[in-house]
Design a protein around this ligand. Structure first.
Ligand SMILES: Nc1ncnc2c1ncn2[C@@H]1O[C@H](COP(=O)(O)OP(=O)(O)O)[C@@H](O)[C@H]1O
Ligand SMILES: Cc1cn([C@H]2C[C@H](O)[C@@H](COP(=O)(O)O)O2)c(=O)[nH]c1=O
Length: 226
């Protein structure tokens, strides 16, 4: 029986890489799949991994109906064994419901990949619906790490080195250094440092000032007795 599987994690934990591997492994066994994505960093209608691999994909617009698209393909005589759905956090709840229906009524496997929460630690609508409906939700095994070495569990948005907690939910960006000033970058953090609003830049600045500021009072010359 087919399943709706949600592979979740922070940014940069290997979701798109796993999506490409799942597609490869299924294709290698003669199965036929369709790859979907939405707002991938590398541009429209592509699924890309930071390991350098990428492939063509169907861009999921707000109006795309997974059920109708898949039924149309089957009616035209195409074979569909599985769907790969990357950046699924950006899908609408209705689109996630269509994916569940495809699993249940067409017996097609659906593998969805996405970040669960945004830079404010709030669930994305698509991820929320996936967690509610999926047969399984798996957190990826390869841990992304916070600058302190703990497992990163949250995504932070950073502008010019400063972590921000207000703004639009969707701003496409990367975990790499931004090219232009004022551009959004993301950093993965453990919960402790997300809640303290401590990105690697602010932690570095705090460490530097700690080196400079607290001088040893005992080392100060003692004034001579009068
Ligand atoms: N140069 C590299 N060498 C080895 N692994 C890398 C390299 N660059 C990125 N990675 C791996 O790729 C992961 C990011 O993969 P990606 O599929 O793009 O993540 P996601 O889709 O979750 O944002 C990193 O966590 C790291 O494990
Ligand atoms: C936290 C957060 C992320 N995004 C965007 C940034 C990236 O374009 C994608 C995540 O891609 P990845 O392959 O998982 O690295 O989501 C956003 O729009 N809003 C956010 O709060």
């Amino acid at each position: 029986m087919a399943q709706l599987c949600f592979f979740a994690g922070t940014m940069d934990c290997g979701k798109s890489t796993l999506a490409l591997q799942m597609d490869h492994n299924h294709r290698a066994r003669g199965l036929v799949g369709v790859i979907f994505t939405r707002l991938d960093r590398s541009g429209e209608a592509r699924l890309s991994s930071r390991l350098g691999l990428s492939t063509e994909a169907v861009e999921v617009g707000e109006d795309l109906d997974f059920w109708e698209t898949t039924v149309a393909q089957l009616s035209a005589g195409a074979r569909v064994d599985y769907l790969i759905c990357d950046e699924a956090q950006f899908y609408t709840p209705e689109q996630v419901e269509q994916l569940a229906r495809i699993v249940d009524e067409l017996d097609i496997e659906v593998f969805a990949f996405g970040i669960t929460s945004d830079f404010r630690t709030e669930l994305f609508p698509g991820s929320r619906r996936l967690i509610e409906l999926a047969d399984s939700t798996q957190v990826l095994q390869v841990a992304a790490l916070c600058w302190c070495g703990r497992r990163a569990t949250h995504n932070a948005r950073v502008v010019d080195g400063v972590m921000v907690v207000e703004g639009e939910q969707v701003v496409i960006g990367d975990t790499a250094e931004p090219v232009e000033q004022g551009e959004v970058e993301y950093e993965v953090l453990c919960r402790r440092h997300h809640m303290r609003r401590m990105s690697s830049t602010s932690a570095h600045a705090a460490a530097l000032s700690a080196d400079v500021l607290p001088f040893d009072l005992n080392a100060c010359p003692v004034p001579p007795p009068v």
